[in-house]
Design a protein around this ligand. Structure first.
Ligand SMILES: [Mg+2]
Length: 207
């Protein structure tokens, strides 16, 4: 899909579809180290996002901005704020030119920077950051090597999944899971799981 309203809508619909298909899995992950609401929260928020009509917006930036605001107001909790923040920043930096792989990477990076600023999470804290940092680093490495959006996003999705899986042995240092201390080790972080759906959805729709 091109980087227009329809492309952005396809990305969000694919993310919603993955989250909905895995709502019980996300809930189970959050039950192990949190409060068992991540699946339901994300499903509710993405239902509100996919109910938006992309044709009702002037362009992809306006549509993605509304997506961010909708996520903040409907998902709730830390993940609603962080995903909402991500889309607000991505919207502001969304490339205006089709096929602008570096521009898309810059938009992702702006979104990730704001997630880290708001969540104050760094690599190794056992959060979505552990999936998103390697994902967008892989994206940037691919585009710096001259690759286009398709292969760059494919590499980002693979790196994201690897980062997600690497959260299992970590001891949580942020969020509710951190209350568990060492008992948080041995569980996959639910935010890293839903963030991987986000990047996988981008890889399957934006190229
Ligand atoms: Mg929760």
């Amino acid at each position: 899909m091109p980087l227009n309203r329809a492309g952005a809508a396809a990305w969000l619909a694919a993310w919603a579809q993955k989250a909905e298909a895995n709502v019980d899995y996300l809930t189970d992950l959050d039950r192990q180290i949190g409060d068992a609401d991540h699946g339901a929260n994300l499903k509710r928020g993405l239902a509100a996002v996919t109910a938006l009509d992309p044709d009702g917006f002037a362009g992809p930036a306006d549509y993605l901005k509304k997506t961010g605001l909708t996520l903040v107001s409907t998902v709730g909790g830390a993940s609603g704020l962080l995903y909402g923040t991500f889309f607000l920043r991505v919207a502001a930096a969304w490339p205006s030119q089709e096929g602008d792989a570096a521009g898309l990477g810059a938009a992702f990076k702006a979104g990730l920077d704001d997630i880290q600023k708001r969540g104050k999470a760094v690599l190794g804290d056992k959060t979505m950051v552990d999936a998103l940092v390697p994902a967008f680093a892989a994206y940037d490495a691919a585009t710096a090597a001259g690759q286009g959006i398709g292969p760059a996003l494919a590499q980002a999705a693979a790196a994201c999944a690897a980062g997600r899986d690497a959260t299992v042995p970590l001891i949580a240092r942020k969020g509710r899971a951190s209350y568990l201390g060492e008992r948080s080790a041995g569980h996959l972080d639910p935010g890293a799981a839903s963030a991987t759906y986000l990047v996988e959805a981008a890889a399957s729709t934006l190229p």
